[in-house]
Design a protein around this ligand. Structure first.
Ligand code: NI
Length: 184
């Protein structure tokens, strides 16, 4: 099932999401639906708040980068905790399915260690670097109520203000179905 993707301006994107209680929902089915929603939108990651669910879960698929230097990782992360980040901060021009048409450089540390559950509720602790770490950091931000534009300087944010407010009103181009917080 393909969910509509929540657009910038919806309060669900600004909330700190809640841990999922084991057995309270079918995480395997939800993960399938989130992958389908992400792939339909040609994304590399999707967090539950982006499909209007205030829960701590995201999916990533870095095989989409189609670059042999990028390890391809396709995983669902449930109740993840980034335990540590290290390494030099490096810039990358990020985008977000909730903010179509906007891209900007964001600096993030190169390495991280994350603890999470998979869809069988098996716990893992793994380290990631490079683009995979980058995508995890972006999606992890989502479940903390943080968007990539929140990392920008106030001057850059001011420059984007009009564009962001247009997105929340549905004045943007996306090839996938979206849910806009401000109805005209
Ligand atoms: Ni995003």
């Amino acid at each position: 099932m393909i969910y509509p993707i929540v657009a910038y301006g919806d309060p669900v994107l600004k909330k700190v999401a809640q841990d999922i209680e084991k057995g309270s929902l079918d995480v395997a089915k939800l993960s399938e639906d989130m992958f389908e929603t992400m792939e339909n939108a040609h994304g590399v990651g999707l967090a539950a708040p982006q499909v209007a669910l205030n829960i701590r879960m995201f999916v990533i698929d870095t095989s989409v980068f189609d670059d042999e230097n990028i390890a391809s990782v396709r995983k669902a992360f449930i109740n993840p905790v980034i335990e540590e980040e290290w390494g030099d901060e490096w810039p990358y021009e990020e985008g977000c399915l909730s903010i179509p048409g906007v891209r900007a450089d964001v600096y993030r540390p190169s390495n991280l260690r994350i603890r999470y559950f998979d869809t069988d509720w098996k716990e893992h602790v793994e380290e990631f670097d490079g683009m995979t770490a980058r995508v995890i950091q972006h999606e992890y931000d989502h479940i903390e109520g943080v968007l990539f534009v929140d990392h920008l300087s106030s001057i850059k944010k001011r420059l984007l203000k009009g564009k962001l407010s247009n997105i929340s009103k549905g004045e943007c181009d996306a090839s996938y179905r979206m849910k806009f917080p401000v109805k005209k």
